[in-house]
Ligand binder design. Structure first.
Ligand code: ARG
Length: 591
């Protein structure tokens, strides 16, 4: 029996060839439209017969019947096939097929090998986190990091070579004021103990000391020009700012399981914007506007020159300076040429929507004019982080919440919960569990909500032991580990699993069906770049497992029954762990 990882994907070509074999008129145009079915009707459903038949004035039920009769033997071997309603074709996996699937996908490596197809061999650059240097990361930096990392892992799982690129905001006018302040007020002791805190303090002083139209501001501007002209002392200072910033960021990234391949910040593109200017001018995509270089998109209602308040894409400012748009244009070209990107994903707050819409429109015209290969361009946006009152999340005195403090609090709160549940574990172990649970709770709460909505931050909800939370799922994982611990058996022991008898009870079959839908959930999450689809699946899977565990005893005497139930336990464990790792969480074996 042939079993591919993504069962739904197999049905599509089988139905197309059945339509041809049945000799339907215009059969080559038939698209089966395979969907995951409502479990009441089966596992998968083909909806395409309806539209196909209607457009050709055929009877949809008759068309469905003809296709079903012509289905290849392999499909009939694996599925019970029925026709429902006006002509839907329903496919229900046979128990033997379910068992074969569970046997075939028994290790993380098998799952990965099976999943690799959608993006196989492609290179995807993912630009996420990307904070500005010389400032601490705060709660507003959480989502890009967490969502971006999950997307990297999902794309890797589906076969892509992923390049993680931290596009640091490490260039701009603020460095004039920072250097100005640094030269006057830097405190070496503070710089050694908490460098970023100190840089923030210095910047505030520098900013306050250089009001508009003051001679001090002129001095700060001279510092900026010196930096831009490569003055060694200024460049050394600036380099120091970047280094201490990255070191501080990395402490946060370590806690979130993030490691970048590149930190190519805005400054990296300083010497690459000249080519952007000349090519956009040469192709007449950009035009001069009072000394500035701008791009209008006249086909677009908001970016056209014919609007009340024109809002062009500012490729070069009137004073000759580059900016966010210039570097992002150079970045798109670099990622295409240097990394050979097939896809580029940038993860930021929804408020940058206009910028990326203009950027992508410009890149498309530019690459077409120059005959450059155009990668897929995706701006992955997310909503704000708010408190339960719907307002921006702030400290009690109205300040911004530092990301470090937020993660510390998550671990502390999780430690209290773990200690209450399991006071006898040694403290070091409780601390380790609390790290996984606390950080996992923050990550999962972010990922489990549709990213387009605001992320409503609630400690009580994210740490709850019930509901669609990390705590619940991590607990389910530990419960599965304890089943194997108690029986003194390893999970996924194939020798013992080979004794399994065919799946029988309805709880067994329901759980097995859910397990075989893992590829569907991955595909949905990876293709839409929306990790919450995977979260929802894992939550439902944990629920099916609970139902199974309540109704069917695992450690029964009858060896073949016990073997098949242990097989279900070990695949549930594998799937939950694999899924949680794909989301960036760390799993634990006891809690
Ligand atoms: N540094 C920017 C910010 O803090 C985000 C950069 C996102 N990436 C990009 N290629 N523009 O808002």
């Amino acid at each position: 029996m042939h079993v591919s990882f993504n069962l739904a994907a197999d049905l599509d070509p089988a139905l197309k060839s059945a339509a041809l074999a049945a000799g339907l008129p215009d059969a080559a145009a038939f698209t089966p439209e395979i969907r995951t079915a409502d479990p009441k009707h089966g596992d998968f459903q083909a909806n395409g017969t309806l539209g196909f038949a209607k457009a050709r004035k055929l009877n949809p039920r008759a068309v469905a019947e003809q296709i079903v009769t012509a289905l290849p033997a392999s499909i009939r071997e694996s599925y019970d096939v029925s026709i429902a309603g006006p002509g839907f074709i329903n496919f229900t996996l046979k128990p033997a097929m379910l068992l074969a699937w569970l046997r075939a996908y028994s290790t993380p490596a098998a799952l990965t090998a099976g999943a690799a197809s959608a993006h196989a061999g492609q290179t995807w650059v993912v630009d996420y986190s990307s904070p500005n240097t010389a400032k601490q990361m705060h709660v507003g930096h959480l989502r890009s990091a967490v969502i971006g990392e999950a997307i990297c892992r999902l794309l890797t799982f589906t076969g892509a070579k992923v390049i993680r690129d931290n596009h640091l905001g490490d260039w701009g006018t603020q460095f004039g004021k920072l250097i100005y302040g640094f030269k006057r007020w830097a405190d070496p002791v503070a710089l050694a103990t908490d460098p970023i805190e100190e840089l923030e303090r210095i910047y505030k002083l520098g900013h306050a000391a250089t009001p508009d139209d003051s001679p001090e501001l002129d001095e700060a501007r001279r510092e900026l020009v010196a930096l831009q002209n490569g003055d060694p002392e200024s460049v050394a200072l600036w380099k120091k700012f970047s280094d201490v910033s990255l070191a501080a960021f990395q402490q946060i990234y370590d806690r979130l399981g993030i490691r970048f391949d590149y930190n190519l910040g805005e400054s990296f593109y300083n010497d690459k914007v000249g080519r952007v200017y000349s090519e956009l001018l040469g192709t007449k995509i950009a035009e001069d506007s009072a000394g500035a270089l701008v791009v209008f998109h006249d086909e677009h209602p908001r970016f056209s020159r014919n609007t009340e308040r024109p809002n062009p894409f500012m490729v070069r400012k009137a004073d000759g300076a580059s900016g966010y748009a210039s570097t992002d244009l150079a970045t798109a070209l670099y990622r295409t040429e240097h990394f050979g990107a097939h896809g580029i994903v940038v993860v930021t707050d929804f408020r940058q929507g206009d910028h990326f819409e203009q950027l992508f429109l410009t890149v498309k015209k530019w690459f077409a004019a120059k005959h450059y290969r155009l990668p897929e361009l995706h701006h992955v946006t997310f909503g704000a982080v708010t408190g339960e009152d719907g307002k921006a999340l702030k400290t009690r005195d109205g300040g911004t919440i530092k990301l470090k403090a937020l993660l510390d609090e998550a671990e502390e709160r999780a430690f209290a919960i773990v200690t209450e549940k399991n006071p006898d574990l040694p403290e070091s172990e409780r601390r380790d569990i609390a790290r996984a649970v606390g950080i996992g709770a923050v990550q999962y709460a972010d990922l489990s909500q549709n990213r387009s909505s605001n992320y409503v931050f609630s400690w009580d909800k994210m740490l709850a032991l019930d509901g669609n939370t990390a705590t619940y799922l991590l607990y389910a994982v530990t419960r599965l580990h304890s089943i194997f611990r108690k029986l003194n058996l390893p999970a996924g022991d194939t020798a013992q699993e080979s004794a399994a008898s065919p799946l029988e009870t309805s709880a067994e079959l329901t759980l097995a069906r859910k397990l075989a839908k893992f590829p569907d959930a991955i595909r949905l999450a990876a293709d839409s770049l929306r990790p919450h689809f995977l979260c929802l699946y894992l939550y439902e899977l944990a629920g099916e497992f609970s139902a199974f565990y309540t109704s069917d005893k695992v450690a029964v005497d009858e060896a073949p029954v016990r073997a098949r139930r242990l097989l279900l336990c070990s695949r549930t464990l594998l799937t939950l762990e694999t899924g949680l790792h794909l989301l960036g969480l760390r799993t634990i074996t006891r809690m």
